[in-house]
Design a protein around this ligand. Structure first.
Ligand SMILES: Cc1ncc(COP(=O)(O)O)c(C=O)c1O
Length: 500
């Protein structure tokens, strides 16, 4: 309800006060052109006034051109305002807001914000200009299981909606933790019990929980190089000094790990982000042995392991550590939908209590409804069926992308095709331009390609190869979009080769 305050002791009439309040809202941009005004009946009720008083105030604003009656018979702020208010009351863009903040800080003093970023980009700001968008890690929107989701949602609200009025367990809904424990036991060989599962708002929150547990300004955190920005930036935001450990064709180069005690290392062994390589079994064993020897923790980010196309997945590191040196993070962002913001951690027993305490401080717990629906979705077998459908579908999209890359560019240096939702293409030495220039050129013909940096990766020590790498997501594109997108990349490359 629109906030209109009136002062019954004022000498100004009530009608006058309503007019001034609404004009003030328009001037400040609280009410923008076209926005709806409460009906005179509702506002009169809210202010405990006679409806006539409000109607008279509205009548005046209508006759002066500040309000208009829409076709739906709603009263709205005029799309074209009388000159004295025009220009102040337009919807503000984020640029306007940034400018205003800059102006304001010149005029007045404010307490300094100590947080400075950076943060990962989670939506593609340019997507409106892009018809063929190889943006990474997005589920195909037509594959979201809407019908069954709606049915389960109805069931949950009909039979258990009482839960929506209560706080719940900070660790998450028991039924969901049970099915997740079973899921990771079967599919990832992690012998977890439900009490080791902590439900989170995606992996991003899990990373914050871990950082809160272990990182203070100046703490060293070992990360893969190149690394997922979302992980590196969270650690940095808690004051961590990032120590890059190289990645090669077998994953994290475990021989480059320090022998010092009590480290924390972040890794994506199933499908390294961004390179896409899978950590070999030998490396996995060595890494876990290193963590146990040095008293370190491994943060295992298993973001897209639900998709393996050509071979069975290797066991998760978490199940290989006998003494609880791995913190496992899983997510439903890739398998069901990122909009759900639902993920989980499998915690070593000694971390269960402190991790739940941090979660409680962050947001008490995840929302009940989505947890309840997801629990049923898994319990009733829909999740398994859904995974079978999308695995098959993404494999076809992946195959088309590889075919098109090879048809247009011959032998291509690709990594990460065995699983996940993206591949990494290293442009050959004789390619006419680097990845950044190619990205900037193809966007002119409606194609979105991503470099390491624009694709959500960070390279702490830059390599020449890194500047030739393109990250190609395929899961959210239709077949024809992949084919036409690649044709346009080829055409642009030919033009660049000719120096045009
Ligand atoms: C490597 C990696 N980890 C984690 C995430 C984010 O997961 P969530 O949506 O569960 O926060 C992403 C998202 O793309 C990712 O690429």
């Amino acid at each position: 309800m629109l906030l209109v305050t009136i002062d019954r002791d004022s000498k100004r009439s009530l009608q006058e006060q309503i007019v001034t309040e609404i004009l003030g809202h328009i001037e400040k941009g609280v009410l923008t052109p076209g926005s709806k005004i409460p009906s005179s009946r509702m506002l009169a009720q809210e202010l405990n006034l006679s409806r006539n008083t409000v109607m008279n105030a509205y009548q005046r604003l209508l006759s002066e051109g500040y309000l208009e009656t829409a076709a739906s018979s709603d009263t709205r702020v005029s799309k074209i305002l009388p000159t004295e208010l025009a220009g102040v009351a337009v919807a503000k863009t984020s640029h306007d807001i940034d400018d205003e903040i800059a102006q304001e800080s010149i005029k007045s003093k404010h307490k300094k914000v100590t947080f400075t970023g950076p943060v990962q980009e989670i939506v593609n700001k340019n997507s409106r200009r892009i018809l063929y968008d190889f943006w990474v890690g997005r589920a195909h929107q037509s594959l979201f299981p809407s019908k069954i989701w709606l049915e389960l949602l109805r069931d949950c609200v009909s039979y258990s909606s009482r839960q929506l009025s209560q706080y719940g367990n900070p660790a998450g809904l028991e039924s969901l933790r049970e099915v997740i424990a079973e899921h990771v036991r079967y599919t990832r060989a992690i012998p977890a019990t439900p009490d080791q599962i902590l439900i989170t708002v995606g992996i991003q929150e899990a990373l914050n929980i871990i950082a809160r547990l272990f990182v203070v300004p100046g703490s060293e955190v070992l990360i893969e190089n190149p690394c997922y920005q979302g992980a590196a930036f969270v650690m940095q935001s808690y004051g961590a000094e990032l120590v890059p450990i190289p990645v090669d064709s077998q994953g994290l180069d475990v021989d480059k790990l320090p022998e010092s005690d009590n480290n924390l290392i972040y890794t994506t062994p199933s499908h390294q982000y961004p390179l896409g390589v899978t950590m070999s079994l030998e490396r996995r064993k060595k890494l876990v042995a290193w963590a146990e020897r040095t008293g370190s923790y491994i943060i295992e980010d298993d973001y897209d392991s639900d998709f393996r196309y050509d071979s069975a997945p290797l066991h998760a590191l978490s199940g290989m550590s006998k003494h609880g040196h791995v913190i496992y993070m899983g997510t439903f962002s890739k398998s069901v939908g990122a909009g759900l913001r639902l993920g989980y951690m499998v915690l070593p027993k000694q971390l269960v209590k402190p991790a739940i305490q941090v979660k409680t401080l962050l947001n008490n717990h995840n929302g009940w409804l989505d947890q309840a629906v997801m629990a049923k979705f898994i319990q009733e077998g829909h999740f398994e069926r859904h995974l079978r459908v999308i695995r098959k579908d993404y494999k076809v999209r992946r195959d088309i992308l590889i075919e098109e890359l090879q048809r247009n560019f011959g032998e291509v240096d690709l990594r990460g095709a065995g699983g996940g939702m993206h591949v990494t293409w290293t442009l050959p030495d004789d390619f006419p331009v680097d990845a950044e220039t190619l990205k900037n050129e193809v966007v002119k013909v409606g194609v979105g390609l991503y470099t390491m940096n624009s694709g959500g990766a960070i390279e702490l020590s830059k390599t020449e190869k890194g500047s030739r790498r393109i990250i190609l997501g395929y899961s959210s594109l239709d077949y024809r979009q992949i084919i036409e997108g690649m044709r346009r990349v080829k055409e642009t490359t030919e033009r660049l080769r000719l120096g045009r």
